[in-house]
Design a protein around this ligand. Structure first.
Ligand SMILES: *Cc1c(COP(=O)(O)O)cnc(C)c1O
Length: 473
C-alpha cells in the first residue's frame, strides 16, 4: 500500500489548491462572468479529475492555463440555454418533439408585450372587477367555430381530461373500439379516461361500429357519448363508423351530452391551401356535437393549448371544476393564441401570416428550386466529405393530423464519402451526429443510405449555409 499513498501525495503536490486557482487572473474573470458558487464548484471538480488523470498519466498538462481552459469549457456548457433553436428538416412540419407549430412574428410580439408587465389577464376593464382569463379569446373563438362558449387549458390532453372529469366522473362513457387511440407519448384514451374518473365502455369492433352498438351501451350510468378523431391512423377496408350527427341525436334522445375530441382542429377549410380536408370544430358543432376539443399547436398553428368549445351550460360546468385551475394556461399562451385567432378572422391572409400554414402549403417546385440553390452553395464547402444530391421526397403534416396524406417536397440527400473500409451506416450516423452538433443543430432523417434534409421548413437559408461555412473554415 505504501507506494500508492506516496504517489497520491506526489500528485497532490503537483496541483494548486482551490483557493490558488480562484486567485489566478483567468479564473477571476470566470468568477466575474459565471459567479463565484459555480466557478468554485467547477474548480473542485476539475482539480479532482486532474488528480485522477495525473495518477494514471503523469504527463497530463496541469498548468493554470490548462486548468482554466477545462473550467471555461465546463462553465460554458453549464450556462448554455437548455432549450435551443434547431433546423427542423425532418420533413414533419408539426413535429411534437421539435416544438410543433412555429409562431407568427405578431404572436411573439404579443407574448413579449404581455410578459413584460401587468395586463388585464383576469381583470375586467369595464367593471373594474375580477375577470375570467378565458374571456380574452372566448368571443373570437365562438365567432370562428359557432360555439356558444369556450374554455382554454394547457393542451388537448388536459382538455379531454377536464371534459370527462367534469361531465362523466364515475359514469360510463361508451367509445368505439376503433377510436381507442394512442397519440405519441403517454396520451391513450383508455388511460386518460381511467384517470379522469370516467368508466370506459368499449363498443363495436376495431373496424366496424354501428349506432345499435351505442344504443345497447347507453344506460342509467352513462355520462356522455364521445367520439375520438383517429388522427394518427386510418382504418381502411370493411369499415363502418357512426356519423357525429347520428351519435348526437342518440345522446340527445337520452338527455346526454355528446363530445368530440377532434385532436388537430383546423379552424378553416384546409383545401384552400392545397391540403386535404380536415374536419373543423365548426362542422362538428353544426352536426350536433355539444362540445369539441382540439389542440392550439397542431393545424391551428398557434401555441400549445387545449381548446374546448360548445354549449354554454356545459362549458360553465367545466370552468367550475377545480381541475380547471390546475390546468389553465398562462398569459403568454393566451396572448399568442389571441393573435393567431385574429388571423383566422381574415382567412385570405392566413398563409402569409401563420408560418405553419405557409410551410404546409409550399409547393414542391418552390422547395426544389430552393434545394438546388442550397446544394450549389454547400457542394464546394463539403467537397470530399459529403456528396449532395437534390431528390424529391414527401413531407408529413405531423402531430397526427391527416396521417395518410403526405405532401410532395424536395430534400438534400447527403451521402458521406467513405474512406477506407468504413460502413455506410456508421458514416451516416456520424454525419447525423455532426449535424446535431452545429451551433444551430440540423435535424434530418436517414433513409435509403442517405441523410435526407427536407427543405420544406427551411426559412433562414443564409444562416443555414453560413454555419457550414464556419464549420469548414
Ligand atoms: C394530439 C391529440 C391529442 C393530444 O393533444 P395535445 O395537444 O398534444 O395534448 C388528443 N386527442 C387527439 C385525437 C389528438 O390528435
Amino acid at each position: 500500500m505504501r507506494p500508492m499513498i506516496s504517489s497520491h501525495e506526489s500528485v497532490r503536490a503537483r496541483l494548486p489548491s482551490v483557493d490558488a486557482v480562484l486567485r489566478t487572473p483567468r479564473v477571476t474573470a470566470l468568477i466575474e462572468h459565471y459567479g463565484r458558487p459555480a466557478t468554485t464548484d467547477v474548480t473542485r471538480s476539475v482539480l479532482a479529475t486532474l488528480r485522477q488523470q495525473l495518477t494514471d498519466a503523469p504527463e497530463t498538462p496541469n498548468d493554470t492555463d490548462a486548468i482554466a481552459d477545462a473550467m471555461e469549457a465546463i462553465l460554458e456548457a453549464q450556462m448554455a440555454p437548455g432549450l435551443r433553436p434547431v433546423f427542423n428538416l425532418t420533413g414533419t412540419v408539426l413535429h411534437t418533439n421539435l416544438g410543433r407549430a412555429p409562431l407568427p412574428e405578431a404572436a411573439l410580439e404579443a407574448i413579449a408585450r404581455t410578459a413584460r408587465g401587468a395586463s388585464n389577464l383576469e381583470f375586467d376593464l369595464k367593471t373594474g372587477r375580477r375577470g375570467d382569463r378565458d374571456a380574452i379569446v372566448e368571443d373570437r373563438l365562438c365567432r370562428l367555430t359557432g360555439g356558444e362558449a369556450a374554455t382554454i387549458v394547457n393542451n388537448n390532453a388536459a382538455a379531454v381530461m377536464l371534459l370527462l372529469n367534469s361531465l362523466a366522473n364515475r359514469k360510463e362513457v361508451p367509445v368505439s373500439r376503433g377510436e381507442l387511440v394512442e397519440i405519441g407519448g403517454a396520451f391513450r384514451i383508455p388511460d386518460i379516461m381511467a384517470r379522469s374518473g370516467a368508466k370506459l365502455v368499449e363498443v363495436g369492433t376495431t373496424n366496424r361500429t354501428h349506432l345499435k352498438d351505442y344504443q345497447a351501451a347507453v344506460g342509467p350510468r352513462t355520462g356522455l357519448l364521445m367520439k375520438v378523431h383517429t388522427s394518427n391512423y386510418e382504418i381502411q377496408g370493411f369499415t363502418a363508423e357512426v356519423p357525429e350527427g347520428d351519435l348526437a341525436a342518440l345522446a340527445h334522445k337520452h338527455e346526454l351530452p355528446m363530445a368530440v375530441d377532434l385532436g388537430s382542429g383546423a379552424l378553416t377549410d384546409m383545401t384552400a391551401f392545397g391540403l386535404p380536408h380536415e374536419r373543423t370544430p365548426m362542422e362538428t358543432l353544426a352536426d350536433g356535437a355539444d362540445l369539441v376539443t382540439f389542440s392550439g399547436d397542431k393545424l391551428l398553428g398557434g401555441p400549445q393549448a387545449g381548446l374546448i368549445v360548445g354549449k354554454a351550460e356545459l362549458i360553465q360546468r367545466l370552468k367550475r371544476n377545480p381541475l380547471k385551475r390546475a390546468i389553465r394556461c398562462d398569459k403568454m399562451t393566451l396572448a399568442a393564441l389571441d393573435t393567431v385567432l385574429t388571423f383566422y378572422e381574415n382567412p385570405e391572409r392566413l398563409a402569409e401570416e401563420v408560418p405553419s400554414i405557409r410551410l404546409l402549403s409550399r409547393t414542391q417546385d418552390d422547395i426544389r428550386t430552393q434545394a438546388q440553390s442550397v446544394a450549389n452553395a454547400l457542394r464546394p464547402i463539403l467537397a470530399g466529405r459529403v456528396d449532395i444530391d437534390v431528390v424529391d421526397c414527401k413531407s408529413q403534416i405531423g402531430s397526427g393530423a391527416l396521417p395518410v396524406d403526405s405532401l410532395p417536397s424536395a430534400a438534400l440527400a447527403l451521402i458521406p464519402v467513405l474512406s477506407g473500409r468504413k460502413s455506410v451506416g456508421g458514416a451516416l450516423k456520424r454525419l447525423a451526429t455532426d449535424m446535431r452538433r452545429l451551433a444551430m443543430p440540423v435535424i434530418g432523417r436517414i433513409e435509403d443510405d442517405r441523410l435526407l434534409l427536407d427543405l420544406r421548413c427551411l426559412d433562414d437559408v443564409a444562416a443555414f449555409i453560413r454555419q457550414f461555412r464556419e464549420l469548414s473554415g
